[in-house]
Design a protein around this ligand. Structure first.
Ligand code: CP
Ligand code: NVA
Length: 309
């Protein structure tokens, strides 16, 4: 029987099931081990990834390109400005055209709606490489890093301190899916997506607060991110004022567990969301976190493409 496989997208963390998320994490651990032992594994031979980015990137772009190559495939990188999208070609046309050439598409956009529209019209899987609203690939990689440094994600107390931005929203989605122990602390005017907070609150292991000292109490893992995300540059001065008491510094860390680890998705602004001292003390974790983008996304690419072909 010729059963048509429905394509899957990763436009947000809640696009996958709990079982799939756990599978991807296990698979990422294995693919990392295989790479470290020098074994070559190329399930994506002759497959092509297209990336279209409206915003700057170092980690996302390079880790997807390298990952695709390591799995035997190719990739093409386009900025929105260099393609016809920048001159107004409709998203629904671009999505249908690229679907005829490629096997998977990674998008980095301002609006989450652009990614959703791409997913609606594309016949190949769409992966969110960051939007104003979400950054699911980052959180998948961060969960891999926690697994490595803490032996798993079960019963681990995770705190997120800072802006209620794309990183915070994706952490909350991961907490909903995987029932993580998560506390999020943001200033009053900078809350995450409130519908997500309300949904996560139904899970006893999730808390929201405006008090960073409260959030960090007993934490095994502390996450932070920039106060001024891409596209918010004009609000810079106002934001730095509002976030002044949310810096992750040594004093704040005294309230966490002794063996706490600090995570940052990068790029970091030392002296703002994190001090130089804390950043350098946890640089081993932070750069493993950056490395894990590669391994987690290889698991994602393998799953999303091969389940389709
Ligand atoms: N963390 C992250 O997504 O980094 P880039 O903006 O460099 O891709
Ligand atoms: N919140 C940051 C994340 C960068 C990876 C931004 O959107 O700029």
């Amino acid at each position: 029987m010729n059963r048509k496989v429905v394509k899957r997208d990763f436009t947000r963390f809640l696009d996958i099931t709990e079982k799939e998320a756990r599978y991807l994490l296990k698979r990422a651990v294995l693919l990392k081990k295989m790479k470290k032992s020098g074994s070559k594994y190329k399930p994506l031979k002759d497959k092509t990834l297209a990336m279209i980015f409206e915003k700057a990137s170092t980690r996302t772009r390079v880790s997807f390109e390298v990952g695709m190559r390591e799995l035997g495939g190719n990739s093409i990188f386009l900025t929105a400005q260099e393609s016809q999208i920048g001159r107004g070609e409709p998203v629904k046309d671009t999505a249908r055209v690229l679907s005829r050439y490629t096997d998977v598409i990674v998008l980095r956009t301002y609006s989450q709606r652009t990614i959703e529209e791409f997913a609606q019209w594309s016949t190949v899987p769409i992966i969110n490489g960051l939007s104003d609203l979400y950054h699911p690939c980052q959180i998948l990689s961060d969960l891999l890093t926690i697994t490595e440094f803490k032996g798993g994600i079960k019963d681990i107390n995770i705190a997120y301190i800072g802006d209620g931005n794309n990183i915070a929203n994706s952490w909350i989605e991961a907490a909903i899916l995987l029932k993580l122990n998560l506390v999020v602390a943001t200033p009053p005017g900078y809350k995450p997506e409130w519908t997500l907070v309300e949904r996560a609150k139904k899970n006893n292991n999730f808390h929201f607060t405006h008090d960073p000292q409260n959030a960090i109490q007993g934490a095994d893992v502390v996450n932070t991110d920039v106060w001024v995300s891409m596209g918010q540059e004009k609000e810079s001065r106002k934001r730095k004022k509002a976030f002044a008491s949310y810096t992750v510094n040594e004093k704040l860390l005294q309230r966490a567990k002794q063996d706490v680890i600090i995570m940052h998705c990068l790029p970091a602004h030392r002296g703002e969301e994190i001090t130089e001292e804390v950043f350098e003390r946890f640089q081993q974790v932070i750069f493993s976190q950056a490395e894990n983008r590669l391994h987690a996304q290889k698991a994602l690419l393998e799953w999303i493409i091969t389940r389709n072909s």
